[in-house]
Design a protein around this ligand. Sequence first.
Ligand code: IMP
Ligand code: MG
Length: 173
Amino acid sequence: MSKLGAVLISREEISGMVGRLAGQINEDYRGKEILLVGVLKGAMIFLADLCRAIEAPVTLDFIIVSSYGVETNTSGVVLLRKDIDGDIENKHVVIVEDIIDTGVTLNYLKEMFIKRNPASLKVCAAFDKPTRRTVDISPDYYGVRIPDVFVVGYGLDFANMYRNLPDLCILED
Ligand code: IMP
Ligand code: MG
């Protein structure tokens, strides 16, 4: 049985992290329009916070992928469950992810989007677990690097639970 453990990143730290990331994006995209693509469901809370702190004109789109069953380990196979609605050609696209773990999902999304000829393509992840990588890939913007622990809250789930926790917490097994 898994149970909720300690707070790893508090809501105050998360708020500071969002402000810092939006500041970087505001600087990098001055005078440009940004298409933020949220990777559902995990990124929904981060995206909601991030998009409200961005000053550039923003449009939103969403994609649904899954690589996990109800376990805490990735299956290594990414399933595209829902594609974005719009065209990304000649647009400045920023993929917004909750967390980069093995890198398999991010690699899949970048390869898929780059073929559609965006003006630019970057990735912004709230959290990053660099020691878990199986694919050599990194987000362009990341909030906080965390160790190899399974975390829930701030949009991240275990079996679709705990997404609404305001802090990022460790899930103990
Ligand atoms: P990757 O393809 O292994 O990089 O996995 C990325 C996806 O796995 C993320 O978008 C999350 O949805 C999920 N994931 C990875 N680590 C965690 C975690 O610690 N808690 C909850 N979900 C996670
Ligand atoms: Mg996800």
